[in-house]
Design a protein around this ligand. Structure first.
Ligand SMILES: C[S@@+](CC[C@H](N)C(=O)[O-])C[C@H]1O[C@@H](n2cnc3c(N)ncnc32)[C@H](O)[C@@H]1O
Length: 269
């Protein structure tokens, strides 16, 4: 798997910057998870740690809600966009957000042991491509929490129909206009499920440019290691956390057959 989480090794800074921008274009459809983290932060208070913070979608939202937030990510291009997003949100919000380059598997910040809420959102744990790395990332959450603090991990649970479709076929994901550049972006992708390793490899090609113009093409590949609710429970327990709940949606309704997500909430004793 890519250690950068933003595509293949050997990418240029220009490619990383473009892929970070295109990540935000992928997410113009809001996943709808900010309310969950705001509610949990309301319960715990700050400071908050987001591991694999990406472009700051959630971290800036939480800083805007008044919480002190630290975001860690391995990809400097994603962090640069998070900084830009915080600057747009204003000085006060930006002053509550600290962004640190680091690896979820082993980062230990000076404030370890003082965070009230620590989380890995929106499938990011799946990017840490093997069970040992995923376990280590959950241990990172635990290591940063104060006693009584909450760890939260959100992963996607593809069902058998989804996995059956992930046979490498190419699909058109969207044509979409990038509000930042004004250019038309066409995204095509393919997903390949490998049952032997429990992984799904996502390949994405973005073509930027209006019809009749020479297109610029960007490429990324991510390998996701599938994570079950039992895996999440095991990672939490190995990190010394007590599982409070595993929800199946952002309302934290109990996990039930057919749920598309598993959301672990665990407490540090
Ligand atoms: C799907 S994005 C999620 C971003 C953000 N949490 C959100 O919800 O929008 C995944 C992020 O995980 C980061 N990432 C992948 N592997 C990582 C690792 N080992 N340590 C830290 N960050 C990592 C990537 O750089 C990327 O920014």
């Amino acid at each position: 798997m890519s250690r950068t989480g933003a595509g293949e090794h050997g990418q240029t800074a220009e490619e990383r910057t473009a892929l970070a921008r295109l990540y935000d274009l992928d997410l113009v459809e809001d996943p709808g998870d900010l309310d969950l983290y705001r509610a949990l932060a309301g319960r715990t208070g700050g400071p908050i740690l987001e591991v694999a913070v990406g472009t700051g979608r959630l971290a800036v939202g939480l800083a805007a809600a008044g919480f002190e937030v630290t975001g860690v990510d391995i990809d400097p291009a994603m962090l640069a966009r998070a900084r830009g997003r915080a600057a747009v949100a204003g000085k006060e919000v930006a002053s509550r957000l600290r962004l640190v380059e680091g690896d979820a598997r082993d980062v230990r910040l000076p404030g370890a042991g003082s965070y009230q809420l620590a989380f890995v959102a929106l499938n990011s744990l799946m990017l840490m491509g093997d069970a040992a790395s995923q376990r280590a990332a959950v241990a990172t959450l635990a290591a940063h929490l104060a006693p009584g603090g909450l760890a939260v991990v959100d992963v996607w649970l593809p069902d058998a129909d989804d996995l059956g479709r992930y046979d490498g076929r190419i699909v058109l994901e969207y044509p979409r206009r990038d509000p930042e550049t004004g250019r038309l972006v066409t995204k095509i992708g393919s997903a390949l499920h490998d049952a032997a390793t429990g992984t799904v490899t996502l390949t994405s090609i973005y073509e930027e440019g209006d019809p009749g113009e020479p297109a610029i093409r960007w490429f990324r590949r991510d390998r996701l290691r599938l994570v079950s609710a039992d895996d999440l429970r095991g990672f939490a327990e190995a990190a010394g956390l007590t599982v409070e709940s595993i929800g199946g949606s952002y309302d934290l309704e109990p996990l039930a057959p057919g749920a598309e997500r598993a959301i672990l909430v665990a407490v540090r004793a």
